[in-house]
Design a protein around this ligand. Structure first.
Ligand code: BGC
Length: 702
């Protein structure tokens, strides 16, 4: 037995049932005038061994005081686990995940997670409820903002980068956070984009689309998993034995902790699968949920469930062991006050701000530019209009942990700093705007319109802003800066505006990063991690659709299209302009044939035909045109970046294994079928812009 296991077993022999259930109970901080705190009743519960982890408590002093209550004041002295949603930064706020995904930059994704972990751990936090890995193809769903977008391959790379960034290999060294991959699985597919609604997903779509990012997180060693709120075809994810015990634990060998979502165990009663607390607790525990977040149902219902024979003592013990093991891995037993003992230096904080600016620049997507950008000239009059022009607080977006509006740079402030030679007027009247040399129109969503419980049936620019926008657009010259947590469906805007940038919620350095792009100091390189619909009626719209027997033909009535709107999106997945122009050569593949176990190398030349240096993200898609199961029209299997000076040509390289050309069989096994596979390389999922080559999968003779 390892020393750690021996330590846990020793504790185990001393634990009462109440103390065991306490370890399975996560309690939320109270919210008073002074912010989050633990009141006397909750501190007493901790001393009595009735709580093992705390949610939402912030501030080093309060955290350490409660830790003392557990370590010095409870019978067994088991340390508490402090948890928080640190999604895209702690004090220094990085772009929201959907924005950061647009950077298509795994090293960046990892660095921002490490920086967030260092800041949060310095305040005593030990576990974050991130990364959020729900594949999101429905912009009506507000939580798309928290996700890396529509593609499972991108989600898987995002998962690995974030897990490594938060956890940094060794959880016990004090600047790390245990990561939680959430929300397992299929939450992005809630009916009609309505948060918490049922998701009815086929086994194939679950396997191919929703599971890969979670599988990648498990392979990367993620410490915890959170089941989603909703039901999957009638089985609430919190009580889903096949998913939690079957897929996660048995198939993938996940040995970490499964923590419920907020009150989700008690909500099993409201879902209509449990009659009372004992049944709800038993369903969740038997499915594999170790920690009950906030609902208190494990404490309340498990003793009764035990006496009714609904659960076994061994099951409770197994869950407690996993929780204690996580605390051991985090170093909490040896050094319960380690997190928080080493404050960040000023130079570290400064580095985080610089990283926030870099991440924000890389997240901006130039959607449209009819020769308006970058801003030209040494000076002039820039009029800024729209409710998001000087909205520092909104720049932080949803789930901004300990981020403060006062520390964020608004668009207005960023531009004033970057354009000293310009006269900049904010909130200008239409007449003043008419006189200006350039107009910046800052519209979109406020931070409170995105994230959890913010579904919108019509995700677009709010009506009152549309009126302002149409007036300003009639002047002919505005640069539109769209702030949002999702694609905003406004075809009128793209018809009228010459320049539009998607800036998501860029975080602490929003204004500085926007100024870097508008002035041309930095060439935009962000690309869409999600298809941008033309009309809400097209939702769900995503590039990896399955082909139909009647592909859309504009002049053929009986084909798969709409009578009233185009079938294509406003902008494809991967779309994003640069101030340079990139031309792609045809991809070359290292071998015309491939067998199981072999690898392929694909290269494509890219030339910068513009006048300025720029960075391009190239995508590699595959298509299996004849298979035993209908395969999507395109599937992403790689993305690669290249920086090119004007006039230069360079090569992007991709590596594929034969397995990357396979698809899941009925049991989730990889099925590699003989025959042709097409390989496409290009700037986005827009088929017209892709160049292709072909390989042949050769069947094993065995
Ligand atoms: C959300 C989770 C989050 C939890 C704790 C829930 O409402 O669905 O994503 O981690 O709250 O704050």
């Amino acid at each position: 037995m390892t020393p750690n296991a021996a330590r846990i077993e020793g504790l185990f022999r001393a634990m009462s049932l109440h103390e065991k259930l306490g370890q399975l109970t996560m309690m939320r901080a109270d919210f008073g005038n002074a912010g989050a705190e633990l009141g006397a009743a909750k501190l007493a519960q901790i001393r009595a061994g009735g709580a093992g982890s705390i949610l939402d408590l912030r501030g080093l002093e309060s955290i350490q005081e409660s830790q003392r209550a557990a370590v010095e004041g409870s019978r067994l002295g088991i340390p508490l686990l402090f948890t928080l949603d640190v999604l895209h930064g702690y004090e220094t706020i990085f772009p929201i995940p959907l924005g950061e995904a647009a950077a298509f930059d795994a090293p960046l994704w990892q660095q921002t997670a490490s920086a967030a972990a260092a800041e949060a751990a310095a305040e005593g936090i030990a576990l974050t409820f991130a990364p959020m890995l729900d594949v999101a193809r429905d912009p009506r769903w507000g939580r798309i903002a928290e996700s890396p977008g529509e593609d499972p391959f991108v989600g898987a790379r995002f998962a690995e980068a974030k897990v490594h960034g938060f956890q940094q290999g060794d959880l016990s060294q004090g600047a790390t956070l245990a990561a939680t991959a959430k929300h397992f699985a299929g939450y992005g597919a809630v009916t009609a984009g309505r948060d918490y609604a049922s998701a009815d997903i086929s086994a194939r779509t679950l396997e191919e689309v929703h599971l890969p990012p979670f599988a990648a997180a498990v392979r990367a060693g993620v410490a915890a998993i959170m089941p989603a709120f909703m039901d999957i075809a009638g089985e609430p994810a919190t009580a889903h034995r096949e998913m939690l015990d079957g897929v996660l634990r048995r198939r993938w060998g996940f040995e970490g902790v499964i923590v419920s979502d907020f009150c989700a165990v008690r909500e099993l009663i409201v879902h209509g699968v449990a009659a009372d607390a004992a049944e709800a607790a038993a369903l969740a525990l038997n499915a594999g949920v170790d920690i009950d977040m906030e609902s208190g149902v494990y404490l309340e219902g498990l003793p009764e469930a035990l006496s009714r024979g609904l659960v076994s003592g061994e099951q409770i013990d197994a869950a407690v062991r996993r929780v204690l093991m996580l605390k051991v891995r985090l170093g909490l037993f040896d050094k319960p006050f380690e997190r928080g003992s080493r404050p960040l230096s000023n130079s570290q904080r400064q580095q985080h701000r610089e990283l926030a600016r870099e991440a924000a620049r890389k997240s901006i997507v130039l959607l449209q530019n009819r020769n308006l950008l970058p801003l030209r000239g040494e000076g002039g009059h820039l009029a800024i209009a729209g409710p998001l022009s000087d909205a520092a607080g909104d720049m932080l977006g949803p789930w901004h942990a300990a981020g403060h509006a006062k520390d964020a740079v608004s668009f207005l402030d960023g531009l004033k700093e970057a354009l000293p030679g310009w006269r900049i007027t904010d909130g200008a009247s239409l007449d003043a705007a008419r006189e200006a040399d350039a107009i910046l129109l800052c519209i979109g969503e406020s931070a409170s319109m995105c994230g959890e419980a913010t579904s919108r049936a019509r995700p677009g620019v709010p009506d009152e802003q549309r009126r302002l926008a149409e007036d300003v657009l009639s002047l002919g010259k505005p640069i539109v800066v769209l702030t949002s947590g999702r694609p905003l469906i406004d075809p009128w805007l793209f018809e009228k505006a010459d320049a539009v940038l998607a800036t998501w919620f860029l975080g602490s350095e929003a204004g500085a990063a926007l100024a870097d792009i508008l002035t041309g100091a930095v060439n935009p390189s962000g690309k869409l991690p999600v298809t941008w619909p033309y009309d809400a009626g097209q939702i769900p719209i995503f590039y990896a659709q399955r082909p139909t027997g009647r592909p859309a033909k504009p002049d053929d009535h009986d084909t798969s299209k709409y009578l009233d709107v185009p079938v294509g999106p406003q902008f494809s997945f991967g779309h994003g302009l640069s101030f340079s122009r990139f031309a792609y050569g045809s991809p070359q593949v290292s071998s015309k044939t491939v067998r199981r176990g072999e690898r392929l190398f694909i290269e494509a030349e890219i030339s910068n035909e513009g006048d300025v240096a720029g960075e391009e993200t190239a995508f590699l898609f595959i298509r299996d045109p004849v298979a035993s199961i209908v395969r999507p029209v395109l599937e992403l299997r790689g993305f690669a970046k290249i920086g090119l000076d004007p006039g230069m040509t360079g090569t992007v390289r991709f590596e594929l294994s034969a397995d990357d050309l396979s698809f899941p069989g009925a049991e989730g096994e990889s099925r590699l079928e003989a025959g042709e596979v097409q390989i496409f390389v290009g700037p986005s999922a827009n088929r017209d812009l892709l160049k292709s080559c072909t390989v042949f999968v050769v069947k094993d003779s065995t």
